[in-house]
Ligand binder design. Structure first.
Ligand SMILES: Cc1ncc(COP(=O)(O)O)c(C=O)c1O
Length: 372
């Protein structure tokens, strides 16, 4: 498969220009389409005009700008934590977060969901402590592994994605937290996909699960629901100080000003427009009803993502291409959790209209019946 077969020649949104043709677009993670929201774009442009591209120095030298101070205070307000750190990417936030928890000596052994994102697995490896993996979202397997792998007095760090990217399933965080309490350990969530869309205030998986605990730590990204770029780690002051003084932050240039300004605006928009989340769920339900009607099983999943694997690589390639011929772009993707053949994956945004969703369903339904 050609790695970069599809080149986006416009901002990605409900309609996107790909390889010279305009498509109805149901892919990516821009759930509220904030990545092309005029206020986000304006904030990024103004920051670039004022500060240039980046500071060309690290935060600790003189790369800390008022924008960086603002984004961190906005993030701690958004997630309702004592403090927050902003990093150049969500990927790095997992590495920095796990290293800081290790520096604070909060655990002895890492127990990681085998379906966790690449950055979580790599973050775990950089820590240099024993790693034990457990079956995807399996509380029973985790219990067995904790029992078998911890010697007396050893404490676990239980690490997992909050919401898994391909199948959009949540980790059983409440059970993980109970186990962390039982063994005097902590949990770490990579909530790249949950933040902005899950929970009453968009704080993500932990809010949706109704959890708040000193044992719960998380990292996330601003590059999906918030329409910006960069990683975010909300948490208590001691932990955030460790992140700030850790090698990831002290050893890299301060992030691009445009990304920081976009992140501030993205968080403001998500916070002040809860109706975007309502619209997203309305569209997710509408999409699922339509997909069920054409025979695609969407499980009990009410998220704005639907993955399905109708047949082998050849059939999925054919379905994907047939949809493109009808002017609809969904993803045919191989990613963590998709299996070796990959899956077809549909993502709906709050900005899709019912007419656009109907068009996708009708075309997909016709393609599937022609193939059966
Ligand atoms: C689950 C998960 N974690 C982390 C990341 C990395 O975030 P970022 O793109 O901000 O580096 C991604 C992908 O973007 C992801 O899907």
């Amino acid at each position: 498969m050609l790695l970069y077969k599809y080149i986006s020649e416009s901002a990605t949104g409900t309609e996107t220009l790909i390889n010279g043709k305009k498509y109805l677009y149901f892919a990516g993670t821009g759930y509220f389409q904030l990545n092309s929201h005029p206020e986000v774009v304006r904030a990024a442009s103004e920051a670039t005009l004022k500060f240039g591209i980046a500071s060309a120095t690290s935060r600790t030298i003189s790369g800390t700008t008022p924008l960086l101070l603002e984004i961190e205070s906005k993030a701690s307000e958004f997630f309702d934590t004592e403090d927050a750190a902003y990093l150049p990417s969500g990927y790095l936030s997992n590495i920095a977060g796990l290293k800081a928890l290790s520096d604070m000596d909060l655990f002895d052994v890492i127990f990681i969901d085998e379906g966790s994102h690449y950055c979580l697995t790599e973050g775990a490896m950089t820590v240099g402590k024993p790693i034990v993996s457990f079956k995807n979202r399996s509380i029973d397997d985790l219990k067995i592994k904790l029992e078998a792998s911890l010697s007396s007095g050893q404490r676990p760090l239980i690490a997992s994605d909050g919401m898994f990217p391909i199948w959009a399933k949540s980790a059983p965080l409440k059970a993980y937290l109970n186990l962390a309490e039982q063994y005097d350990g902590v949990i770490w969530i990579d909530d790249a996909h949950g933040v902005g869309i899950l929970g009453e205030n968009g704080r993500g998986s932990y809010e949706q699960a109704g959890l708040k605990s000193d044992r719960l730590y998380m990292g996330a990204t601003l590059s999906k629901a918030f329409g910006a770029y960069g990683g975010i780690i909300p948490g208590n002051s001691e932990f955030i100080s460790k992140i700030r003084s850790g090698s990831v932050m002290t050893g890299s240039n301060s992030p691009m000003h445009a990304a920081v300004a976009a992140g501030i605006k993205g968080m403001e928009l998500v916070k002040s427009n809860p109706q975007m989340r309502e619209k997203l769920w309305e569209n997710a339900h509408y999409l699922k009803e339509g997909l069920n009607a054409i025979g695609i099983n969407t499980d009990d999943n009410t998220r704005p993502i639907v993955a399905f694997a109708p047949g082998d690589v050849k059939s999925m390639t054919n379905i994907h291409q047939a949809l493109m011929d009808e002017g609809v772009f969904i993803q045919f993707v191989k990613y963590r959790g998709s299996g070796d053949n990959g899956v077809l994956r549909i993502v709906v945004f709050s900005t899709h209209t019912k007419v656009q969703i109907d068009y996708l369903i009708n075309k997909l339904g016709a393609i599937l019946s022609a193939l059966s």
